[in-house]
Design a protein around this ligand. Structure first.
Ligand code: AMP
Length: 310
C-alpha cells in the first residue's frame, strides 16, 4: 500500500494570539504527509523553489516521507502563505498568498506515485486535482480537500474534481458556501449528489462529522489545554483520516471510516499545540494511540434507559 498526496509545499508566516512565526515549513501536502506517514509510505507531489533546502527535506524524510516527486524548479521560489488568527482562533484572515512555483505547476507523477492505492488531493487548483486523479487509475480510495477561493472562482472545475473522488473533506463554512446549506448533514448530502460516497465536515474546535448516504457519525475535538497555532490542523486531520484508510488496504467501510475519524482528530489535536509542523514532527505512535483511546472513552456511554415523566 502507498499514499500519494498532491498539494502545496509552503513557507508560512502566521500570527496568533499566542505569538507567531515569520517563516516556517508548511503547506497542505506537508501537514498531510507528516500525519499520514504514521500509517503507510507517503509520496508527496508538488513544486518547490531554490529556497527549499536540506532542513525542510529533513523534516519530511525524518518521518519517512518519500520526496522523490517533489519537483525542484530552478530559479523559482516556494509557495508562500501568511495569515493572522482572530482571538477565538476558529477563524483567520489570509494576508498574502504568493503562488510562485505553483503558477506554472503541471503535476508529473512517477509510476510509483501513479500506482498508489490511496490518494489525497489537497487544497489546490481543482484542474490540477482532476489531472492527478486521472493519473492514479488504480486508486481504491481518493479524498479531496478544497477552500473558499476555488468554490468562488472555479466552481465548475471543483464539481468535476469532486465527481471523480470517493470522499470530500471540507469545513462547515466551505460546505455552506458551496451549497447554500447551513446544516451539516443536509449540506454534505448535497455535495455527495455529485458522486462521493462519504463526506467529512470539519467543525474546527467542535470536532468533525462523517456523513454517508444513510448515516452520520460525530467526533468531538480532543480537548487540548492550549492552542498555539491551528495552521495545518485540517491537513493533519486529513493525513490521519486518509492514512488510517490506507492502513486498512484502502477499505472505506463504515467501521474503518469511523476509526479514521478518531485518528484524524487525535493527530490534529497535537498539530495545534505548537506552531506549524513543530509538534507533529516529533510526535510518536503511542502518543496518538493514547488520545484515540481517550476519545473513545470520552464519546461513548451506556444507554440503559431512564424512567421519564410524560
Ligand atoms: P489548514 O490550516 O489545514 O487550512 O492548512 C493551512 C496550510 O494550507 C498552510 O500551511 C498553507 O501553506 C496552505 N495554504 C494556504 N492557502 C493555500 C492555497 N491558496 N493553496 C494551497 N495551499 C494553501
Amino acid at each position: 500500500m502507498s499514499v500519494t498526496v498532491v498539494g502545496s509545499i509552503a513557507f508560512d508566516a502566521v500570527q496568533t494570539p499566542h505569538g507567531g512565526r515569520e517563516r516556517m515549513l508548511g503547506g497542505a501536502a506537508v501537514h498531510f504527509a507528516l500525519a499520514a506517514a504514521f500509517f503507510d509510505e507517503v509520496r508527496v507531489v508538488g513544486p518547490v523553489g531554490d529556497d527549499f533546502g536540506d532542513d525542510e527535506y529533513a523534516v519530511l524524510r525524518g518521518r519517512g516521507v518519500n520526496t522523490d516527486d517533489i519537483e525542484h524548479v530552478e530559479g523559482g521560489k516556494t509557495f508562500f502563505w501568511s495569515g493572522v488568527y482572530h482571538e477565538n482562533m476558529n477563524s483567520r484572515d489570509t494576508l498574502e498568498t504568493d503562488l510562485n512555483v505553483f503558477e506554472t505547476f503541471e503535476p508529473k507523477l512517477s509510476q510509483a506515485s501513479r500506482d498508489a492505492d490511496v490518494v489525497f488531493l489537497a487544497n489546490i487548483l481543482p484542474e490540477l486535482q482532476l489531472n492527478v486523479r486521472r493519473q492514479c487509475e488504480r486508486a481504491k480510495f481518493v479524498a479531496l480537500d478544497s477552500m473558499d477561493l476555488w468554490i468562488n472562482i472555479a466552481h465548475e472545475a471543483l464539481v468535476a474534481a469532486i465527481s471523480a473522488v470517493d470522499c470530500v473533506i471540507l469545513n462547515d463554512s466551505e460546505v455552506e458556501l458551496f451549497t447554500g446549506e447551513r446544516e451539516v448533514v443536509a449540506g454534505a448530502r448535497k455535495i455527495m449528489q455529485h458522486g462521493p460516497r462519504a463526506m467529512v465536515v470539519k467543525l474546527g474546535r467542535y470536532g468533525a462529522a462523517l456523513v454517508t448516504p444513510d448515516d452520520s457519525f460525530w467526533v468531538p475535538a480532543y480537548p487540548v489545554d492550549f492552542v498555539a497555532d491551528p495552521t495545518g490542523a485540517g491537513d493533519s486531520f486529513a493525513g490521519g483520516f486518509v492514512g488510517c484508510v490506507a492502513a486498512h488496504g484502502g477499505d472505506a467501510s463504515i467501521d474503518v471510516l469511523k476509526l479514521a475519524m478518531a485518528y484524524g482528530t487525535a493527530i490534529a489535536s497535537f498539530n495545534v499545540e505548537e506552531f506549524g509542523t513543530e509538534r507533529v514532527a516529533r510526535l510518536t505512535g503511542p502518543e496518538i494511540v493514547e488520545r484515540v483511546e481517550e476519545l473513545q472513552r470520552m464519546a461513548s456511554f451506556d444507554a440503559p434507559g431512564v424512567a421519564l415523566k410524560g
